[in-house]
Design a protein around this ligand. Structure first.
Ligand SMILES: *Cc1c(COP(=O)(O)O)cnc(C)c1O
Ligand code: SF4
Length: 462
């Protein structure tokens, strides 16, 4: 039932129901929709009905080939899909702009033969979640929080999914008896104060079924925060209905973490979904996975993070790809994440900077990685550098300088002793020659000099 012009025409229909020119929230892309002009006029009155979107997902190679006729090797793709299921909502498919892996949306949702390639360092469950489940579906790894898989279904299946072993294998949700087992465990373990509803995607459940889970978890006194991990605002934003919002707000504190990976995903519809959630008092976070050929570029991540903050979404984690079977082609070296963190810090607001984390094999949990900001250390001083290459020392408390030197503003810059002079307190700063920061300061100093001459006191001299 799909062909490419249907999908694209559907996208046009989506836009018609919204203010023109508002497909994205201002951050995105010079790419054009090459097929847009071929679209026949159509009536897409169901487009904003999330159940219609779920019912009309692309689920077979044949359906996919109708709107992506250039797809190669259908037989091999069938082998991939027998292992890792396919589903793409018409909405998410409509964000595809080029029918190949140069397109980030295509890469994230269209199966690739590369998923069959498995070097020995990869496995189905590298985080060993299965080993940390006191009750099936409940991962209790950290002392005070636990993650509950409430469903195996997602609206669209991400090719880079870290739970490829589970997601979509059988679309099913937690049974009432399993929920009782989970509730019993949580009641017996009051140290768990934060329960993360995950899956699969919890927001693919009916509002009633989800409420049954949330209200039961909420009834456990020791549970403080309930978190929901979801990609629905990205792949099925029309699911964020008033009904859903009104249900969720009854069970505060509810926090919600989403999974935007690329600025192209920040559409008008996604922005509306985020606005509804934020207006309901739900703090919003985002967890991005670093994916080769999709978003492994500091400027794309910058654009994404700036866009998220405008939607009142806090970039929370930037994940290194897990060592999961079937996603080798998405893996980047750890150095790429470090490079991105190096680029972001100082350049954009701290509220827009996520933590780059590696979820370690053998269930070690998340470990944050950063570029090195500590240049050197001594018992009296730590030498630090900023994003521009300014090198300064931080005097440790209660320590007298080892050398008979002046302190504070009177300290001189390093002459020839290099970083050691900072580490032992002989000097306090090494400035890069031509940084923007240095030049801005020079202008201000000059201004102050002039204003002092004319007796026109500079504001901060008052
Ligand atoms: C990521 C994760 C959490 C939550 O960790 P935070 O750092 O608190 O967001 C909890 N349990 C498991 C098993 C996880 O993988
Ligand atoms: S929505 Fe989440 S659980 Fe579902 S396929 Fe994507 S990454 Fe996996």
């Amino acid at each position: 039932m799909y062909n490419k012009s249907d999908i694209v025409a559907a996208t046009e229909g989506d836009q018609e129901s919204e203010p023109p020119g508002s497909e994205t929230t201002g951050t995105v892309t010079s790419q054009t929709k090459t097929q847009a002009n071929q679209s026949p006029p159509n009536n897409f009155s169901n487009w904003n009905d999330w159940r219609w979107q779920i019912k009309n997902r692309i689920r077979t190679v044949e359906q996919m080939a109708k709107f992506l006729p250039s797809l190669p090797d259908h037989q091999a793709l069938k082998t991939v899909m027998a292992r890792y299921p396919l589903a793409i909502t018409p909405y998410y498919a409509s964000l595809i702009q080029r029918p190949d892996t140069s397109d980030p949306i295509f890469s994230m949702c269209v199966p690739q033969v590369a998923e069959l390639y498995n070097p020995p360092c990869l496995s189905a469950d590298p985080l060993e979640e299965q080993e940390d489940m006191p009750v099936p579906g409940l991962v209790h790894r950290y002392p005070d929080r636990a993650l509950l898989m409430v469903t195996t279904a997602c609206a669209s299946y991400c090719r880079h999914c870290t739970r490829k072993r589970v997601a979509g294998k059988r679309e099913t949700s937690i049974s009432p008896s399993r929920l009782e087992q989970v509730a019993d465990y949580l009641t017996a373990h009051p140290e768990v104060s934060d329960v993360i509803l995950s899956g699969g995607d919890p927001l693919t459940m009916s509002t009633g079924a989800l409420e049954a889970v949330i209200s039961r978890i909420r009834s456990i006194e020791s549970v403080g925060v309930i978190r929901i991990g979801t990609r629905v605002p990205v792949v099925l934003p029309m699911r964020i209905t008033d009904d859903l919002i009104n249900m969720l707000r009854k069970y505060h504190p509810i926090w919600l973490n989403m999974h935007f990976n690329h600025p192209v995903e920040l559409t008008k519809s996604a922005a509306e979904a985020c606005a509804k959630l934020a207006d309901a008092g739900i703090p919003l976070g985002n967890q991005t996975v670093l994916l080769r050929g999709v978003n492994d570029d500091p400027k794309i991540i910058e654009q994404l993070c700036r866009g998220l903050v405008r939607l009142r979404v806090r970039p929370y984690y930037l994940y290194q790809c897990d060592l999961v079977s079937g996603i080798e082609h998405f893996r980047t070296p750890l150095t790429k994440g470090i490079e991105i963190m190096e680029y972001l810090r100082g350049r954009i607001s701290g509220i827009a900077i996520p933590n780059f984390v590696v979820d370690t094999p053998h269930g070690g949990g998340k470990i944050p990685l950063l570029p090195n900001y500590i240049i050197s250390m001594s018992p009296t001083h730590t030498v630090l550098r900023n994003y521009e290459g300014l090198v300064v020392n931080y005097p440790e408390p209660g320590n007298l300088p080892r050398h008979n030197v002046q302190s504070g503003a009177n300290q001189r810059q390093v002459t020839n002793g290099g970083v050691w002079e900072l580490a032992c307190g002989l000097a306090s700063v090494i400035q890069p020659a031509d940084s923007d920061h240095g030049q801005r300061r020079q202008k201000i100093t000059e201004k102050r000099r002039v204003s002092a001459k004319t007796d026109d006191a500079f504001l901060f001299d008052l």
